[in-house]
Design a protein around this ligand. Structure first.
Ligand SMILES: Cc1cc2nc3c(=O)[nH]c(=O)nc-3n(C[C@H](O)[C@H](O)[C@H](O)COP(=O)(O)OP(=O)(O)OC[C@H]3O[C@@H](n4cnc5c(N)ncnc54)[C@H](O)[C@@H]3O)c2cc1C
Length: 394
């Protein structure tokens, strides 16, 4: 099996490398990063699949070219596309299912990070069984009036807007009575209450709606068809979580740390046990990478990625957890150190405990690992459906 890139792609790599050497020098400030992103879009490197009229680079679909570009951006630690819920989940959905005016209004500012969204799906009692959600939206003239509660809303305290699922047809069967709405967070009817996590931070929120209002046409897809819109979004969420580039970056960062740690006065990297675990992890990573290449090839040919495409999220969350476990085993109590309250200085290694706890969260977000296994078993392997459960998040 020859996994090297063809000459055309190696030429592209050299071109991207030249561009980065000329245009990118590490910077923190928002304006420099923004200008660099705009240059990168103009060069055809970022947001390649998004039409130019919505702020993208509008390039022909070529997953291998996209892979080469993202490898080079990662190598240079240059800011690539804005990542996260807004760009990787909402934007593909608006492009797929939204009205033209919605694309014009929401896509460009979101791509540039100027408009930040949160996802209002889960509710108390409606997570895996999402279709049981009870938040309601009723039309009142030219506005929807929304009442109810969401939970686990990542970044809700920072978001400008929310995409949410609400029940608009209370009489319809549960999957058919839901609509997919967009909402301004900054209004009296929306109350955001942060949830303090075990890590000490508060990234999630409860969000309460009391007669919150949103214009009648801030709906994606038809009224009552939000369930099918949300299905395309979850597919994007799982692709986002399953991206092998994330595992790669994590593995490199772990390897760098492990090469600086000592055990009983000797470099940890010389310990046979550590070596064995590293080799196992590298094996997983290479498997994921090859699986990524295989899936890209299939996509290039317009073929289905089959069962393999269903396994990405599960594999990626398992991998992140194993990496963090290895580091925590090696650095022990260091992983528990909090930032010094006087100097505010961070000891540095606490990020691995956060990484570990975060990896447990990733195994739940966007459809739990149990649900993923059900999907792989039923849709991928053709096994019978478990008669005792209903996997509504699939
Ligand atoms: C890091 C993180 C970020 C999140 N961000 C958001 C967000 O921004 N917006 C949002 O709306 N939600 C968000 N969520 C919520 C997330 O979507 C839900 O937690 C998830 O869907 C599971 O729902 P639940 O917590 O209600 O668990 P439950 O559905 O109650 O599940 C509890 C347990 O039962 C198992 N289980 C349930 N049903 C089945 C079944 N059919 N087959 C097998 N096992 C089953 C589950 O696997 C799990 O182990 C986030 C969650 C996490 C962890």
């Amino acid at each position: 099996m020859d996994l090297s890139y063809s000459k055309g792609y190696e030429d592209l790599r050299a071109e991207v490398r030249g561009f980065l050497a000329e245009r990118w020098s590490p910077a923190e400030d928002r304006d420099t990063i923004r200008a660099f992103r705009l240059d990168s879009i103009a060069a055809g490197y970022l947001y390649r699949s998004i039409p130019a009229r919505y702020g993208g680079a509008e390039q022909e679909a070529d997953p291998v070219a996209a892979q080469v570009i993202s490898e080079e951006f990662a190598r240079a630690s240059a800011p690539g596309e804005v990542q996260g819920i807004s760009t990787e989940m909402l934007i593909p959905t608006i492009l797929e299912r939204g009205e033209e005016w919605q694309k014009q209004m929401f896509v460009t500012p979101t791509l540039m990070g100027d408009m930040v969204w949160c996802q209002g799906y889960s509710e108390p009692g409606a997570g895996s069984d999402l279709a049981s959600l009870r938040t309601t939206a009723e039309l009142d003239g030219d506005h929807w009036v929304i009442n109810g509660q969401k939970v686990w809303t990542t970044g809700g305290h920072l978001a400008d807007k929310m995409f949410l699922l609400a029940r608009t047809e209370p009489e319809a069967p549960k999957h058919h009575g839901i609509s997919y709405l967009l909402l301004d967070m900054d209004q009296p009817g929306v109350e955001v209450r942060p949830l303090k996590q075990i890590t000490g931070t508060a990234e999630f929120n409860e969000v309460f709606f009391t007669n919150a209002r949103t214009p009648a046409d801030w709906i994606v897809g038809e009224r009552g068809e939000g369930w099918s819109v949300s299905r395309s979004l979850l597919r994007h969420e799982r692709l986002m979580v399953g991206n092998p580039a994330r595992s790669d970056a994590l593995f490199r960062s772990m390897k760098k740390l492990v090469s600086t740690i000592t055990i009983d006065g000797r470099p940890a990297i010389e310990s046979p046990e550590v070596q064995q675990r590293l080799v196992q992890l590298e094996g997983w990573l290479e498997t994921q990478r090859c699986s990524g290449y295989y899936q890209s090839t299939k996509e290039l040919k317009g073929e289905s990625t089959g069962t393999l495409g269903l396994t990405n999220k599960l594999n990626n969350s398992n991998f992140a957890q194993r990496i963090a476990e290895l580091v925590i085993d090696l650095i022990g109590a260091d992983s528990l150190l909090a930032p010094n309250p006087e100097s505010g200085k961070r000891p540095g290694n606490e990020r691995w405990m956060n990484q570990y706890m975060g990896s447990l969260g990733i195994a739940i977000a966007g459809g739990t690992s149990n649900i993923q296994r059900n999907i792989i078993a039923e849709r991928g392997l053709g096994l019978p459906r478990d008669p005792l459960i209903s996997d509504d998040r699939s």
